[in-house]
Design a protein around this ligand. Structure first.
Ligand SMILES: [Zn+2]
Length: 224
């Protein structure tokens, strides 16, 4: 498969704002008496040709190499009966699981989005679109490995990560350490910088009614 990095690593460079013609200065067709003298068609075409050969962005400034970068990730999946429930790469016994194109790992998806966000890159849905058959049923560890690779390529390492799972059922506490340990392995991080919390949604809304599961992640990256 093509490396995702080759697809979008250059994208976080901010583009210079486009110069816009002020509409107020344009002649109004509704008020012909106020029209300024128009340039001849030959002059207009010459100007257009000249403009066409000018680069759209003359000198896009390189983003500053910040010592720290913060990223936030959020994900939510619908729960459907009869599907496996995978959280942080761990199969959790439950009567339902996430309905998704990949394995529907809500935690890994939001960690990936937090890393990508910190790097100023597009979100997970743009990089691994659910219309791409390569990602059908894919283990989300694939996306994690790619995001971690991009982080290192950009010259950053993990500072720390704080994640919150939101689900009504099942109880996550018996699996929390296994999930956290797998998260550390995937990130190549020490457990002291990876935190995982879980909470219910007080039986309110789809999250509280065991019809969906969500996760938030905040991540700090540090320049190597
Ligand atoms: Zn997801």
């Amino acid at each position: 498969m093509a490396s995702a990095s080759s697809l979008f690593l250059a994208s976080p460079i901010p583009t210079a704002p486009r110069t816009r013609t002020n509409p107020a200065s344009s002649p109004s067709p509704a008020r012909p008496s106020l029209r300024l003298r128009q340039p001849s068609p030959a002059v207009t075409v010459a100007a257009a040709l000249q403009a066409e050969h000018q680069p759209a962005v003359v000198a896009a400034p390189k983003p500053p190499a910040l010592p720290f970068r913060v990223g936030h990730g959020f994900d939510l999946h619908r729960l459907e009966p009869g599907l496996p429930l995978i959280i942080g790469g761990i199969n959790i016994p439950h009567d339902r699981g996430c309905d998704a194109h990949s394995d529907g790992d809500v935690l890994l998806h939001c960690v990936v989005d937090a890393i990508l966000g910190a790097l100023g890159l597009p979100d997970i849905g743009q990089i691994f679109p659910d219309t791409d058959p390569r990602w059908k049923g894919a283990e989300s560890s694939v996306f994690m490995k790619e995001a971690v690779k991009l982080m290192h390529q950009a010259g950053y390492e993990l500072g720390n990560l704080d994640a919150t799972l939101i689900l009504q059922k099942p109880k996550i506490s018996p699996f929390k350490e296994t999930i956290r340990s797998n998260l550390c392995d995937l990130l190549g991080a020490d457990p002291s910088v990876v935190n995982l919390k879980a909470k219910t949604h007080e039986k309110v809304d789809s999250l509280g009614e065991n019809r969906s599961i969500a996760a938030h992640t905040v991540i700090l990256l540090m320049r190597k």
